[in-house]
Write a protein that binds this ligand. Structure first.
Ligand SMILES: [Zn+2]
Length: 203
């Protein structure tokens, strides 16, 4: 629909919802692995609807690695829905994570960078916009509504509020590491072998 604009808040909500809706077990989504058997993406986790997964099977773009017990059938054929599929052609992963609200929260481990609060999170421009601060990895941190309000358009020194960590662009690996602290709300057992095999081993 052309000309349809979502208010900012709804877009934020949509972004978060899109991470969880796809993970509804009732939707029987398929975990999509790259040709190297690693998830195509972690954040959001690469999941396709069963319809898209089956389409990809018929287009010969993926191999089925594991299946659900649920079958789909028509008069001429039936098959078990795939729970894990693997691309036949390797897709080069992005070197740097996208600058999204979710990834900023993930970098900051879903905690206010001023007081550590985990609720009512929003974003703070460390150098306020009115003082020339840009909306970029190096100037945006997760902040609770209270700290965000308190800091307002003051510089860190004026407000005596400094972020816990100097904000930088994270690597994909750093986001993966943080992401393991916040696993999706639902994971099919057949996915587990492919999600955490590259966890660093503790001595
Ligand atoms: Zn705070």
């Amino acid at each position: 629909m052309e000309g349809l604009h979502y208010p900012e808040r709804l877009v934020e909500l949509k972004e978060v919802v899109s991470l969880t809706v796809a993970v509804m077990p009732s939707g029987l989504p398929a975990l999509v692995l790259n040709a190297d058997y690693r998830p195509l993406s972690y954040y959001p986790l690469s999941l396709w609807s069963w319809q898209d997964a089956i389409k990809a099977v018929f287009l010969d773009r993926v191999n089925i690695i594991a299946t659900y017990d649920t079958e789909v059938s028509s008069p001429s054929f039936s098959m078990k829905l795939p729970s894990v599929i693997c691309l036949k052609t390797y897709v080069k992963p992005q070197a740097y994570p996208a600058f999204t609200r979710f990834n900023v929260f993930l970098r900051d481990r879903f905690a206010c960078q001023y007081c550590g609060e985990r609720h009512e999170l929003t974003f703070d421009h460390v150098i306020p916009r009115c003082k020339g601060g840009q909306t970029e990895w190096e100037n945006i941190v997760a902040a609770c509504a209270k700290c965000n309000f308190h800091k307002g358009s003051k510089m860190p020194a004026e407000a005596k509020m400094w972020p816990k960590y100097k904000p930088v662009m994270p690597t994909v690996q750093e986001l993966h590491k943080n992401g393991r602290l916040f696993p999706p709300n639902y994971m099919h057992e057949s996915w587990l072998d492919y999600l955490y095999w590259d966890v660093e081993l503790l001595p």
